[in-house]
Every structure is written in C-alpha cells, then in structure tokens.
Design a protein around this ligand. Structure first.
Ligand SMILES: [Zn+2]
Length: 202
C-alpha cells in the first residue's frame, strides 16, 4: 500500500488526502486499481494515478475513487491533460466533503436527475458542474420539459441513455465522439487517428 503523500502539498491537499484515507475511499480506490491491474503512481496534488484501466464500466475515459484517479490506456501521461486532472481533483475534494464512499450514491442520484432533466448525466449534475463540465469533456445541454422526459422514457423503456443528440446543440461534437460508448460520459479518451487534438472535448 502507498502511504500518505509526502512533499510539497498545500495544506488543503494534505487534508483532503488524509480525509480520503481516513474515510477509506482512497484505500477502496487502491484496491480497485490493484484488482483492475492498473499501474499506480503519484500524481499532482496528492492524487494517485491508476493507469491502464480497461474494464468496460464505467464507460468513462477517467474517473475517481477517493484520491485515486483512473485513466484508460489512451491517457498515457495524465499530466499532459491538466484540465482533466484538475476536474478529477475536484471530484477528490467532493469525496472528502461527502465523507468518502457516500459520494457514490449521491453522485449517481445527481447523474440520474441530470439525465432526467437534460438527457445527459452531467449537464445538471451538481458534482460535474462543480468540477467543471468542459474540463470533464462535457458540453452543457439545456433542460427539457420534465413531463416530456418522463413520457419519452416510458415509451422507450429507456432510463440508461443511449440516445444521440438532436443535432442542434453544442453537444454534437461530443456525442459524435462518444457515439461508440452509447452514453456520453466523462473524458472520452483521445482518438489516436486525430493526433494533436485535445482529448475529452476540452
Ligand atoms: Zn467529472
């Protein structure tokens, strides 16, 4: 196991790291990293980068458990994507503020609400908004009438995303980019065919 981060952490970063150790979210993240066969190294601000995450879920380019930030193999050097790292770092802070793993049900409740309101798990998700939508690879989608959303989900039996954009919003590029994932989610990995382009719609 890796101990508390040493070195030049700011007081807030140190407190966050200590809190996420004490609330067991960082140990849970490290256990997941080991189970998933990730390579773990120290990152900025007391983070741990778990590199090479390959499991299909969550369908995200990057995600965070405690102070452990998971990256898919396309992200070979997370420090080359500072906006995304800053976004995930804010999720680390959210874990600390939520006393650890209670962050997860709160987050998914917020994602469900966002999906209901906008058809997108992030646009009205308070955690993603606080972490920065654009930095997380999301484009903001406008709210839709609640009654229409409920009627649409009933008629389609669709509560898990999978719909594509309506072709009129700023999400178009992002939804095209993520169309192979079925649902738009965090920081889709860089596309190797388009070298030189920033990942995740940043
Ligand atoms: Zn996020």
């Amino acid at each position: 196991m890796i101990g508390l981060p040493a070195g030049r952490l700011r007081p807030g970063e140190w407190m966050r790291a200590a809190a996420n150790w004490a609330n067991l979210s960082t140990p849970a993240g490290l256990v997941l990293a080991r189970a998933a066969g990730c390579r773990v190294r120290r990152g900025a601000g007391g983070l741990r980068y778990a590199l090479g995450y390959r499991s299909p879920l969550p369908a995200a380019g990057a995600f965070t458990v405690g102070n452990v930030v998971f990256f898919r193999p396309a992200f070979t050097d997370p420090d080359a994507h500072p906006a995304l790292v800053a976004h995930e770092s804010r999720h680390c802070t959210q874990y600390a503020l939520c006393l650890g793993l209670p962050f997860l049900p709160l987050y998914f409740a917020a994602a469900g609400w966002s999906w209901l309101r906008t058809g997108d798990p992030a646009s009205r998700n308070v955690f993603e908004r606080a972490a920065g939508l654009q930095a997380g690879g999301y484009a903001e989608r406008p709210p839709r009438p609640l009654a229409a959303a409920l009627g649409r989900s009933r008629s389609r039996g669709d509560l898990g995303g999978g719909q594509s954009g309506d072709g009129s919003g700023p999400l178009d590029d992002h939804s095209k980019m993520c169309s192979n994932q079925g649902v738009r989610w965090e920081a889709q990995p860089p596309r190797p065919a388009r070298l030189g382009e920033e990942p995740g719609g940043q």
